[in-house]
Design a protein around this ligand. Structure first.
Ligand SMILES: [Zn+2]
Length: 337
């Protein structure tokens, strides 16, 4: 007698969109997103324990970014979470663009940049699309978005409910996306908005009212690029690797992680970034979110050093997860269908 075939179980449940409770978006694991007010006050009281950063760092000089050959992507690190991403047949994208001196609601206070942007605004090629991971000041810089609008009028792709803030500042060419929602980008490319463990906020009062996330980008000619935005470590990276990966290149945050009691709910340390790199099934990773604005306690060179230690411990060659220079361009092959 033939045995009935063993039914194949899906390894992971299919991905779901975001979930809100009492009007607030939750993390992918269903937990409340972001720190509590009590945790924020405690962090502010402990401000004096921050390492001293230099007031200014000169960027090394790199050749101007050139468009990539066929079958390749050119990724230029502009500092913090800003990248210029160019595909051979388009589109040309910037992520979380910030050219301002401070990432803050104020011009006179708040984290100040300690190095120039990796490319002067005037030196940008034509920008077709902006990918905006969330509305924190170091990712969503209104003056930079307005300058991009005035010069190129690109479409801004971002999370649910972020558009109202943008519209108040005259930024109306906006597409809001839910987690796992796919959208067309210019020149036949597409993108999927992806979950992250983080939070959206502009003030102490609006935590969780707007959605945050990352992007998988697929140009028309094939290939996959992943941009994290901000995220703590979580099993959602395995979901992203499973359902949206593998990736030719993953842009992964490595900085702004101390003190852990506070930061581990919103940002990864380098050891966790290496875990995310493995979970994403990416061939190459480029580090981001370090060395431009002091947001947290660790020293300016600590993320790169800790990344080296974490890669060695995991047996991963350093050239697989590179810390880019600010302004450095990487021409990488696109092989994922
Ligand atoms: Zn953030």
């Amino acid at each position: 007698m033939n045995e009935p075939p063993i039914p194949r179980q899906p390894v992971r449940p299919p991905p779901k969109g975001s979930v809100r409770r009492d009007g607030l978006f939750l993390n992918p694991d269903g937990s409340r997103a972001g720190p509590t007010t009590a945790q924020i006050w405690r962090l502010m009281r402990e401000r004096s324990e921050r390492a001293a950063w230099p007031l200014w760092v000169e960027n090394p000089s790199f050749p101007a970014p050139a468009p990539p050959p066929e079958g390749h992507v050119a990724v230029t690190f502009l500092g913090h979470a800003s990248f210029l991403i160019r595909f051979h047949d388009g589109p040309t994208i910037v992520t979380d663009p910030i050219w301002s001196d401070r990432c803050s609601p104020f011009r006179f206070a708040g984290p100040k940049r300690v190095r120039a942007p990796g490319l002067a605004f005037e030196a940008l090629p034509r920008i077709d699309a902006v990918l905006l991971s969330h509305n924190h000041y170091d990712h969503c810089d209104i003056p930079s978005l307005q300058k991009l609008r005035d010069r190129f009028a690109p479409t801004i792709f971002t999370g649910l409910e972020v558009g109202k803030l943008l519209a108040r500042h005259g930024l109306k060419n906006v597409v809001e996306l839910d987690w796992w929602q796919e959208t067309a980008l210019p020149q036949g490319a597409s993108a999927t908005f992806l979950p992250a463990q983080h939070v959206g906020a502009r003030t102490l009062m609006d935590r969780g009212r707007t959605l945050w996330g990352g992007f998988a980008i697929r140009p028309a000619g094939g290939g996959r690029v992943y941009f994290t935005g901000d995220s703590a470590w979580g099993p959602h990276f395995e979901d992203i690797g499973h359902f949206a990966g593998p990736f030719d290149v993953a842009l992964l945050p490595i900085g702004a992680y101390e003190p852990r009691w506070f930061m581990q709910q919103v940002h990864m340390n380098p050891e966790e970034s290496v875990r995310a790199f493995q979970a994403l099934r990416a061939r190459q990773a480029l580090a981001m979110h370090f060395g431009t604005f002091q947001l947290t306690r660790e020293a300016i060179d600590e993320p790169a050093r800790a990344l080296g230690t974490a890669l060695a411990a995991a047996g991963i060659p350093e050239e697989d997860f590179v810390v880019p220079g600010c302004g450095q361009t990487f021409i990488l092959p696109l092989t994922v269908a």
